[in-house]
Design a protein around this ligand. Structure first.
Ligand code: PLP
Length: 384
């Protein structure tokens, strides 16, 4: 038997015990009234998390399926699109868009930076014939632990008609997001992140402007045809057999998000981010993200010189039961990531920080003992 771990990943996240219990309910007919009621209930509440009056389609897939659905339904082959990238998942959006023969203008803002909305504004202003059909980007880039200024990117579009398609798989419910208020047309999220549920569902939120594009989509697709999803949602169903147990889980987790309110859930994530960053810095570790763009979902940390992050993560896992995430892409050999997404508690963060202090000391790093905990306690006491 394995003892419970301190599970600090930016997804999948820890699943609270009441959510796990909700998943053990008997199966129901996905063409019956009970499922219809549940799907309608979760859809209405997920809309509140996105802050949209638009439609939300629940797909049985991981987040990447949601990204693929966005590409095949809102971009046609040959369409000119901007992919604004700041890391691993921006590169994935490029791959998907190119796979479906979009003409991609890949703007790489660099790993460690956020999107500069002025660059997007410039590109769109020079596109006088409105050939650019969409701008795709991340809300929260999980690989570098950076939040993009989506509100400003949306504003930078001005009256250019390009759709703004935002991957908020790891951002929604953790970082501020206001789909309708900001003017985002399509946004994609996933069950295994701030929704505190297991993997299995992607949520694609779509406004009326995007629905028009979707209705006239010329791309070949079967499973990810959102027009089918729309027709079935009107009947309270999904086109294909959904991950019913994950739907149960999301339904239960939404009770919490609804009770507390999404803004308060986001504020909690921000507090956890600030606490982790204070602790890591007091330990002498270097963080990838600058304060003003730091992710409330995850923190990417540079591993001290001479230590491979895999070695550190192994020690944390085997000796202290602490799971932190691997660095991604070009950061794989030099960084690790501490997730503070979903159901992570403040005291879990203290455990992780103390574990890290012990593990680094054992690996020969000169870490000031107790400094991280002191900095974190000070932050909490000072905020009172
Ligand atoms: C920003 C972002 N986009 C997309 C994905 C892909 O989601 P999945 O692994 O569920 O396919 C992830 C997963 O971590 C993510 O963080």
């Amino acid at each position: 038997m394995k003892l419970q771990e301190y599970f600090l990943l930016p997804g999948p996240t820890d699943v609270p015990s009441n959510v796990l219990r909700a998943m053990s309910k008997p199966m129901i007919n996905h063409r019956g009234p009970e499922f219809e009621e549940t799907l309608r209930r979760i859809t209405a509440r997920i809309k509140r998390v996105f802050k949209t009056e638009g439609e939300v389609f629940t797909l049985t897939s991981s987040g990447t399926g949601g990204l693929e659905a966005a590409v095949v339904n809102f971009i046609n082959p040959g369409d000119k699109v901007i992919v604004a990238s700041i890391g691993n998942f921006g590169e994935r959006l490029k791959q998907i868009a190119e796979m479906y023969d979009a003409d991609v203008d890949f703007i790489d803002f660099g790993w460690g930076n956020a999107i500069d909305p002025a660059v997007i504004a410039e590109r769109l202003q020079s596109d006088v014939n409105h050939e650019i059909k969409a701008i795709l980007c991340q809300h929260n880039e999980t690989s570098t632990a950076i939040v993009n200024p989506i509100k400003e990117v949306a504003a930078a579009r001005g009256d250019h008609p390009a759709l703004l398609i935002v991957d908020t798989v790891s951002g929604l419910g953790a970082a501020e997001f206001d789909m309708d208020g900001w003017g985002v047309d399509v946004a994609i999220a996933g069950s295994q992140k701030a929704f505190m549920a297991p993997p299995g569902l992607a949520f694609v939120a779509v406004n009326s402007r995007a629905e028009e594009v979707m209705a006239n989509s010329g791309n070949r697709k079967f499973y990810f045809d959102l027009n089918k999803a729309k027709a079935m949602l009107e009947k309270g169903q999904t086109p294909f057999t959904p991950a019913i147990t994950t739907v149960y889980a999301v339904d239960e987790a939404l009770n919490y998000i609804d009770d507390v309110g999404v803004d308060a859930v986001v504020a909690d994530h921000c507090k956890r981010r600030d606490l982790v960053r204070a602790g890591l810095r007091a330990m002498g570790l270097k963080l990838i993200a600058a304060d003003d763009i730091a992710s409330p979902a995850v923190t990417a940390v540079e591993c001290p010189k001479g230590i491979h992050p895999d070695e550190l993560r192994k020690l944390l896992r085997e000796k202290y039961n602490i799971i932190v995430a691997v660095g991604q892409g070009k950061f794989a050999a030099t960084t690790f990531r501490v997730g503070h997404l979903g159901a992570v508690r403040t005291m879990d963060l203290f455990a992780a920080i103390v574990g890290l202090e012990l593990a680094l000391t054992e690996l020969g790093v000169d870490v000031p003992k107790g400094a991280a905990v002191a900095a974190m306690e000070e932050m909490i006491l000072g905020a009172k």
